[in-house]
Design a protein around this ligand. Structure first.
Ligand code: CMP
Length: 147
């Protein structure tokens, strides 16, 4: 089983889409093991998106990601990292397939609803960035045996 880090970005909160996005994760069979609303600051954005620091759009990312709280989610399941990336769709919502979260719910590359870890290495780093160990829970679901 893998656990991945998901961020519901400011537009998700501003557009009242938190429930819709979480419902898609749960419907897929992923187990929510961590969930919290957070106000991000410049420091955590600079760490999280350090590979984009020299891009001309980086100031916009910072402004957008700090304007409204986000919701951080730890989601667990078989191949959770690749599965959530597939559910998420392409970074640019214009290219994201219908049926994916971005394909169905987003139109802007900045306000693209969701961030999801891309590799197991990054998932571990990103989970540690947004959750303390005690904020991630272990529990049984009635459906566990079929996952
Ligand atoms: P995310 O999957 O969180 O990873 C990096 C983010 O940078 C990406 O989603 C986009 O929201 C944001 N971004 C803004 N402009 C661009 C761009 N031109 N190319 C790639 N990512 C961009």
């Amino acid at each position: 089983m893998e656990t991945t880090l998901i961020l519901l970005k400011p537009d998700t909160i501003e557009r009242s889409l938190i429930g819709q996005v979480i419902a898609r994760l749960e419907a897929k069979g992923l187990k929510i093991t961590g969930l919290k609303m957070m106000q991000l600051d410049d420091a955590i954005i600079e760490e999280h998106y350090d590979f984009l620091m020299d891009k001309p759009f980086f100031p916009n990312i910072k402004k957008y990601m700090t304007r409204t709280p986000i919701v951080a989610i730890a989601a667990k399941g078989a191949n959770a990292i690749a599965t959530v990336r597939m559910l998420t769709g392409a970074t640019n919502p214009v290219e994201a397939l219908p049926g994916s979260i971005r394909g169905d719910l987003a139109l802007s590359i900045d306000a693209n609803i969701i961030h999801a870890s891309d590799t197991s290495e990054n998932a571990e780093i990103e989970l540690n960035r947004f959750f303390k160990g005690t904020d991630i829970f272990t529990y049984n679901k009635l459906t566990d045996e079929v996952l």
